[in-house]
Write a protein of this length. Sequence first.
Length: 677
Amino acid sequence: MGFTVVMVISALYPDRLNFPFEFERGQIWRYEDLRAPYDIPVLKSNDALLADMEQVQENATPVYEYRPEVARRAREQFIREFATALDSARVRQDNLDLLRQPDSHRRYGLRVLDKLYSQGIINAREEDEMNGMATVVTTINGSQQQEKTIAQFYTPGDAVQWLEDSLFFTDLQSPEFLLNLLDNKFQHNVFYNDSLTVRLRTLARQRVSRYDGLVSESELMIGQGDRVTDQIFQKLASYRTVYQSNMKTQTSFWSVFGGFAIQIAIVIILLFWYLRRYFPRVYSRPGNLLLLLLWPVLYAVLVRAVDGVPEISAWVIPFCIVPIVVRIFFTERLGLFVHVIVVLIASFLTSLGFTFTFLSIMAGVVVIVTDVDTRDMTKYFRSLSVLFLFYCVGYIGLELLRGGTWRTVNYVTIGWLAGNVFLVLLAYPLIPLIGKIFGFISPITLMELSDMNQPLLQRLARQASGTWQHSLNVANMAEQATRAVGGNALLVKTAALYHDIGKIENPGYFIENQNGPNPHHKIGPKESAAIIINHVADGTKLARKAGLPEVIIDFIRTHHGTTRAEYFYLTYVKDHPEREAEEATFRYPGPRPSTKEQTILMIADSVEAACKSLKSPSEEELYAFIDQIIQGKVTSGQLKKSGLTFKELEVCRMTFKSIMKSVYNVRIAYPDKQEEE
């Protein structure tokens, strides 16, 4: 399982390698003198690069495009009209000069059209005309591109004027014929092209150099103790870019993958080692390990995905969900440790650096210290407010530590942190969902199960009211004792409400539910013991049928451990002394309690039931009786796997004595070694 986690996270390794130095503008350089290991082209700052691009764009000329089809149509139209006019002159014999030189006139007219359209008859934009005739434009004529001024083009009027001025200085015998024929043939053939203008400006921006100088090999870039100025910052940033580029090309995929995998493996091994040493019960259960290992994988995927989207900051990822959820199902200490593991792995994948690592770990500590309670929404929101306050103060403090000011604080990041804290609210619906999937139990689930309107509890109250009252008393006793020793009080209280639900199947056979003759008088001790002992198995069946969590069912199975139905066993031995070896028939199947909560419930159940057999006891008698019951559990080995220390057992003893001090309800008198039914 651990190997799979390492491989999955390692597959997310960043395509950039971490630069060996961290630096910020205005910060003091805490490393040794840094000299350039090779020639480093210095990148322009973003502001300088954008300014150069804007300048180039402003200087970019508008693009005008020649349309050859206009000149072609003009030539074709001239040839047709010339032929028509020539035929008409021949018929009328009224333009003898033309008739003597028709080819010369036609060739000249075509040359005029070619010259004017080749030069260009422009349809200029209004803004270009307003800028003056010296306005430079870029022309595209087929595959040729050149720059011209507006003055170098003709307008239709300019073309006619040029024709009038030049036509009569030719050797043509009938120039007025061509003037009349060409007077309306001049149309625009050069037009503004917006798409080409945009493309040209884009190309001009792309051609802007990104570099501004060069740091030569061995040149001192910054000395130890110097402040990182804007100019030095650009040199260092350029070095970082070249460094990462070189590492990409010079380092093989497998070496990078292997190095990253080693770092992740170290972190995961530490998690396993910690669990095995301090939480062996968690370590021994695959479901627990699966849940804990899912967190680093999930957050590694989230960080890798978010870090690849420029519009989203990794600051918005709610890491504090981890300690909240893990604390609910396990302990505060384990919650904090898993949170640190998750943050360390995420630090390899994000580009936010030390600030991210420090603030994220600090946030986890805040969540543990403020004791976020998902059962109390008012307290929950108050804790989140404290978390946001620590985030803001911590982030601003780190900004000032770098040498920044209040003006340089990136308040957009504070906005992302606010989103982070808001998303921590997802812990609330995640807790019951995770509990359902992994079979864990949460305070939210326990609150729901302890609701008196639960069908199984209502059925117990209706069909076995005495047992229900007994369960309420045991729940109160066990809850107070568990709280006194620092255990899960809500868990043991809820379990106590359900621990005797098996008595629903035969409620009349249990003394607390009897109002008339005792049915045990009609059957033998063996049959009576079987009915009494079976309430554990019956309770387990009812609990599973009702969908109760396994952790509650464990309380039902262990609340008698492997003790005997002592009253019926002694009665049977008294009548059948030769059959004392059949003792196993009168013993509960177990298992024994394996947690301090289960142990406290067992003792509380026995104390509450047995003390009711006392009739007006004195304080000394009551206390001695409770001591006798608890000592019986110890000597019979029921507490061997409980995890309850002698000090905690003493605290429970004093708690039970205080609660039972005023209990004198009449109950069947037990022999010396008392055991509940």
